[in-house]
Design a protein around this ligand. Structure first.
Ligand SMILES: NC(=O)C1=CN([C@@H]2O[C@H](COP(=O)(O)OP(=O)(O)OC[C@H]3O[C@@H](n4cnc5c(N)ncnc54)[C@H](OP(=O)(O)O)[C@@H]3O)[C@@H](O)[C@H]2O)C=CC1
Ligand SMILES: N[C@@H](CC(=O)OP(=O)(O)O)C(=O)O
Length: 365
């Protein structure tokens, strides 16, 4: 996508949070978007951004100078009326009312929150996988109000769901429908937001429970891997069976996921065929030349002990996913490990890339 001199104004809801801080850094020098309005809770309203994040800015880069003195606004639509696009890093509590209020005010919302992911009117988009689902936007508008000619909500997925989608999609495209998928996650602390779990709970420990996470992976995956119907008014879910087991581990950023799967087609592909399909997988965001798209959607690691969170989570600025240890599975067909950066492609980068694709497809005009 060619850098534009007419950048779109963007707002960020939840701008002070774990995901919000990534939005700030991703959008501070973006060729298509310029940060215009920042919002968070009432405890931040009226402060400058740097005052609002004092003691809570957890990035190695400093707060961008042109953002530091911006005044924090209450998250109501009238404060964001000048924004062409709104990125939401809101907690699910406020997201349930704020995001539809913004849509009703004809604002375009790209949300990280879980609330509307399974809404039949809302595209649930992993930008490396199913940007074709953005084509449901006109139906969302038409279904809600004749006055809704610009607004919409587009969601990105749960961070653990997001990580496994590119490899599953690559294998479905190459070898036909999947039959069964088992996934066990090792999820980073930052997935729980800031301050997240206490050190007492997570240090020297593994917690084998993350509320609702397994259910979200199992349901969201089928919507993302499904297709939209001919008239672009509904989703047909993918038919495979998915079982997830989720664990919190003492890693700061980067979700690791151990996947075993089987194909419907017999005989199944070889390990070498699987590696080639993963490596060759390309997505629409790449074809459109979107600014945030990784050069390589799936990086296949050959070293026996990679990928690892500390070493590989920042590869390509966390915009792609990493796969390693591709090998035969004696129970199902194939097994491998996936590493994705939960706060980048698992959250903020997905929203930004979704907006870049929406811009290229004309949904932001
Ligand atoms: N962390 C991750 O890896 C991922 C997170 N998500 C989702 O993204 C969203 C944000 O998560 P995360 O950044 O981790 O959460 P944080 O807890 O770190 O940040 C929450 C943000 O929401 C703001 N906020 C809280 N209450 C209100 C309110 N009543 N009105 C307006 N703003 C409010 C906070 O503002 P203030 O600072 O003023 O309190 C803060 O900016 C959540 O919905 C989460 O489920 C999705 C994928 C991955
Ligand atoms: N639950 C995820 C992060 C998250 O916020 O998920 P969701 O957006 O689906 O609530 C984790 O703890 O790693």
């Amino acid at each position: 996508m060619a850098p534009s001199t007419n950048k779109l104004n963007v707002g960020i809801l939840g701008a002070t949070g774990t995901v919000g801080q990534r939005f700030i850094l991703l959008l501070a020098e973006h060729p298509n978007f310029t940060i215009h309005t920042l919002g968070a809770s009432s405890s931040s309203t009226g402060k400058t951004y740097k005052e609002a994040v004092l003691g809570r800015w957890k990035q190695s880069r400093a707060v961008p100078a042109h953002v530091a003195d911006q005044e924090m606004k209450e998250c109501v639509a009238k404060n964001f009326a000048q924004c062409d696009v709104v990125f939401s890093g809101l907690d699910s509590g406020p997201a349930s009312t704020v995001e539809p209020e913004f849509r009703s005010a004809n604002l375009r919302v790209f949300s990280n929150a879980r609330n509307y992911r399974m809404d039949p009117l809302c595209p649930l988009v992993v930008p490396l996988v199913n940007t074709s689902h953005l084509d449901l936007i006109p139906h969302q508008r038409a279904s809600l109000s004749p006055q809704l000619n610009q607004g919409f909500i587009v969601c990105n997925a749960n961070c653990s769901t997001t990580g496994i989608m590119p490899p599953l999609k690559a294998l479905m495209d190459a070898f036909g429908p999947l039959d069964k998928v088992l996934v066990s996650t090792l999820q980073a602390i930052s997935g729980a937001g800031y301050p997240g779990l206490s050190a007492f709970d997570v240090h020297d420990n593994v917690v084998p429970y993350i509320g609702s996470e397994e259910e979200k992976i199992e349901s969201e995956s089928k919507k993302i891997l499904g297709s939209i119907n001919g008239p672009k008014t509904a989703f047909d879910e993918a038919q495979c069976t998915i079982s997830a087991a989720c664990n919190r581990v003492p890693v700061l950023d980067g979700h690791m996921e151990c996947v075993s799967l089987s194909f419907q087609r017999r005989p199944p592909p070889s390990v070498e065929d699987v590696k080639r399909a993963l490596h060759d997988f390309r997505c629409e965001a790449q074809e459109l030349g979107c600014h945030s798209a990784p050069a390589q959607a799936i990086t296949v690691h050959e070293e026996v002990d990679r990928p690892q969170p500390r070493l590989d989570r920042d590869h390509q600025n966390g915009s792609g996913v990493n796969v390693g240890r591709v090998r035969p599975c004696p129970v199902l067909d194939i097994k491998f490990v996936v590493l994705s950066n939960n706060v980048m492609i698992g959250a903020a980068t997905s929203s930004v890339m979704n907006a870049e694709v929406a811009l290229a497809k004309g949904y932001l005009s």
